[in-house]
Design a protein around this ligand. Structure first.
Ligand code: 26W
Length: 821
């Protein structure tokens, strides 16, 4: 609607027409869901023109294109953000209001497309938005899961998982593109034949196959007419049953292929940072990677006869190791389909592929048993074997006297295919996602590879999009910022630093705190509606929202709440600023301690929230079904941002950045991007506690950490831990939380007790929490710090991150889209 001056009457008419044509209803008869669909189709109509125009520019200019391969894209709702990026949000809101329709309620009708677990998937979504806004040609390549991240219900304090049937009403922002379908083959065997020219050809036979059908979703750049594409693949059987298929073998195969297609894209694996090693997951990986690469190569070949030019026109970024079969699949295409020699194919592949590492958690490293890998992908396995053979020769050349290196670095070892090793061997770039994380990769986790290929390693500190997490999520603060420093921050977040001069201005502090208060009211209302808990918007909103994982230490947070409650009970008159502890987290369905931690949080909430004697000074709230849409409300309302992972374990974190952008103060360890946040905002405006990464790593090496010592010496710790097993929070089943207790103290239960150093950091955390309370007493100074957090958030825009990827890795050029071509 930009460049087509927004025409209110045309917009209204289009919405009414859509309601009529889609549902045979008038606007007053239509449900909210129907109006959502109608509005979305009107908006899509505008998008399509820009989408076509962008495609024409790509066809005309033939620029280098990025293919961002990711098993996860946690997009969140599209309607509101599309309107923002088309720069017509307010106009549409007004037009709908005139029709008696509230845009906010209509937005709530959209399901959250939740095709991702957490940080990695949401990062991919922010990257797609920034790429379009900066005008870089890019495709996101992923899977159209029929069921996304499960919906979380809390029943009696326990997490229940429900299927997320996000496609049930039809999703208006997707477009099926059957004309770009590809076949993907699984199983069977490979035989070598000599062709008429004397060359050996590998023929794949007796395989099963499915058709990969792409669905395109538009990714709209901010105010620039650029619409990129998220291409997510669905699976359909290659041939449906032929009723006259007498041959029993054919019939069986037809059934198998139909089942394969049905299962393949059914559901997102809901594990985060933990690998289940299931065959179906490897199938999913190869499925979307193969289809995406076939499409990329076809597109390239439309304009180019010389395949060796591929690296000049195509960049492939692998979002963690999940799409790493891309390396071997590209080799297969170049060798078998294009007829190149090994060296030619390898040279092209290693100039095209790049890899991002998102975690050092050992249990997240993808390894596939040779048996599964070779049976499912026989030709790909042959290629990986050859890559491995040559790689081992290189290792021997590089480290001639070190036999151990092969054991540590080989791609295939111990009956397993190690995807990270394959990714590093075949990529021209390997990056971590925050400075500390990249340093740990270089110095420790990937040190052998760093010694061999120092030039491949680089850092790209993560970022987030300010269009979603400020403009859309916090319109009050966004307008306030624009009022004072202009609107440049929308596309260049470093302009936020202009706010710093206002940090001492009392009127500005007042205004800022008023906005925060409004946002807290909005969240309090949401909590009241969804949890039935009343919270005081004047209390400190202290928030930890993220996936539930032991290394993220939600347990430390809730143990501190239990401690604080003990303090209040013992010293009812102690100085205390009311505090609302807000949690939101999904646990992987099979992760027992994580699920038990959710139950503990809810049990503590039950006891404390209902204890009249503490006068509501502490409230504990577990927000059900934490997801992108409610996250936006939560960040806007937070005073304190809990980023309390065991140092060295959180690769970067991105929630930390979203809180900062919304003026919450971080309470955190020196981990991931917290280190860089502290550097930007200054030590007076952040609360740092706990062991450093080096200290943690040192203890892990020496294995000299003994939590029992702390238990014996610190009576507050002892009291809280005893309350885990004395029935205080589970009177009907005093043993309920025994496993959590054991995880902290009992070496028989886990390999080491308190693997994540919760007791080691407990005191330091308590002290930091005291500093938080002291600081909040001085409201003006708090407001100053909060404003400075917003002011210094510039570095953490995903626009900055993407520009660095472009400069150092992808080397793309910006396109310009005019609507009249
Ligand atoms: C195989 C199962 C599995 C699934 C997801 C293993 C690993 C993952 C992801 C790599 C986990 C993840 O989301 N990592 C997060 O990535 C974010 C974006 O870079 C970082 O900010 C987080 O620190 C990191 O935990």
């Amino acid at each position: 609607m930009k460049n087509i001056v927004f025409n209110k009457d045309a917009f209204k008419k289009s919405v009414s027409d859509n309601v009529k044509n889609l549902y045979r209803k008038t606007l007053t008869e239509a449900s909210r869901q129907e109006i959502f669909q109608a509005v979305s189709y009107t908006v899509k109509d505008v998008i399509i023109d820009q989408w076509i125009a962008t495609q024409h520019v790509l066809d005309r200019d033939d620029p280098k294109i990025l293919y961002y391969m990711s098993m996860e894209f946690l997009m969140g709702r599209a309607l509101g953000n599309n309107l923002i990026n088309l720069t017509c949000y307010n106009e549409v809101k007004e037009a709908l209001a005139e029709m008696g329709v509230d845009l906010n309620l209509i937005e709530d009708e959209e399901p959250d497309p939740a095709l991702g677990n957490g940080g990695l998937g949401r990062l991919a979504a922010c990257f797609m938005e920034s790429l379009a806004t900066l005008g870089y040609p890019a495709y996101g390549c992923g899977i159209r899961y029929h069921y996304g991240m499960f919906r979380q219900k809390i029943k009696d304090g326990f997490q229940i998982e429900e299927p997320d049937d996000w496609l049930k009403n039809g999703y208006p922002f997707e477009l099926k593109r059957p004309e770009h379908s590809y076949e993907v083959k699984f199983g069977g065997y490979v035989s070598a034949r000599t062709d008429e020219t004397g060359r050996t050809r590998f023929v794949h036979e007796n395989y099963q196959s499915v058709m990969a059908i792409p669905y395109d979703m538009p990714i709209i750049g901010y105010n620039n007419n650029v619409v990129n594409t998220l291409m997510i693949w669905d699976a359909e059987p290659k041939q449906s049953f032929e009723l006259d298929a007498f041959d029993k073998g054919d019939y069986k195969k037809a059934v198998e292929q139909q089942n394969l297609a049905r299962n393949l894209v059914e559901v997102l694996y809901p594990n985060d940072n933990h690998i289940a090693g299931k065959e179906l997951r490897l199938k999913q990986q190869y499925f979307f990677v193969s289809a995406s690469l076939q499409r990329a190569v076809d597109r390239f070949k439309k304009n180019h006869a010389d395949i060796s030019m591929l690296p000049e026109k195509v960049a492939i970024q692998m979002n963690d190791t999940h799409p790493t079969v891309a390396v071997a699949e590209l080799m297969r295409i170049l060798l078998d389909d294009e007829g190149l020699s090994w060296d030619e194919a390898w040279s092209i592949t290693t100039k095209t592929c790049a890899y991002t590492n998102h975690t050092i958690m050992a249990e997240a490293l993808e390894k596939w048993p040779i048996e599964i890998f070779s049976r499912l992908l026989p030709r790909i396995y042959q290629i990986v074997e050859e890559i491995n053979r040559r790689f081992i020769l290189k290792i021997q050349e590089e480290f001639p006297n070190d036999g151990d290196k092969i054991r540590k670095m080989a791609i295939i070892y111990d009956g397993q295919v190690k995807m990270a090793h394959l990714a590093i061997a075949a990529s021209y770039s390997v990056n971590g996602v925050a400075r500390l994380h990249t340093e740990i990769l270089k110095k420790r986790e990937l040190n052998d590879f760093y010694q061999m290929f120092p030039q491949k390693f680089n850092n790209k500190t993560n970022g987030i999009t300010q269009r979603r997490f400020l403009m859309h999520g916090n319109p009050l603060l966004a307008s306030w910022v624009t009022e004072h420093i202009g609107a440049d921050w929308i596309t260049n977040l470093s302009y936020m630093s202009k706010l710093a001069i206002y940090a001492d201005d009392e009127k500005m502090q007042q205004e800022f705190m008023n906005i925060k208060y409004q946002n807290k009211l909005r969240l309090a209302k949401y909590i009241q509606q969804h949890n039935g808990v009343e919270v005081d918007p004047r209390s400190i909103f202290d928030v930890q929202v993220k996936r539930l994982h032991e290394y993220k230490r939600q347990l430390l947070n809730i143990l501190h709440v239990m401690y604080l409650y003990n303090e209040l009970k013992e010293h009812p008159d102690m100085e205390f600023i009311p505090r609302t502890f807000i949690f939101g987290a999904k646990a992987a369905a099979g992760y027992r301690n994580a699920k038990l931690t959710i139950k503990l949080i809810n049990s503590v909430a039950d006891v404390i929230n209902n204890d009249k004697s503490i006068d509501g000074k502490i409230k504990v709230v577990f927000i059900e079904d934490y997801k992108v849409s409610n996250a936006e409300l939560i960040f806007a309302a937070a005073d304190v941002s809990e980023q309390i992972s065991t140092a060295s374990k959180e690769a970067s974190g991105t929630g930390n950045m979203k809180f900062m952008l919304n003026g919450a103060l971080t309470l955190g360890t020196m981990d991931g991007a917290n280190v860089e946040i502290a550097e930007e905002v200054g030590k007076d405006n952040i609360f740092i506690f706990g062991m450093s990464a080096d200290e943690v790593i040192e203890h892990e090496k020496k294995r000299d950490y003994d939590p029992m010592q702390i238990f014996n010496q610190d009576q507050d710790v002892r009291k809280v831990l005893m309350q885990l097993i004395n029935g205080m929070y589970s009177p009907n089943d005093p043993e309920l939380f025994r496993d959590l207790y054991n995880s902290l103290l009992n070496t028989q239960c886990t390999q080491y007790a308190d693997t994540y150093f919760i007791l080691a950091d407990f005191r330091s955390y308590v002290e930091a929490q005291k500093r938080v309370m002291e600081a909040y007493k001085d409201e003006k100074n708090w407001a100053k710090s909060a404003i400075l957090n917003v002011a210094h958030s510039g570095k953490f825009s995903s626009d900055r991150t993407i520009q660095e990827y472009v400069d150092d890795i992808w080397h793309l050029n910006r396109i310009k889209v005019d609507l009249d071509i």
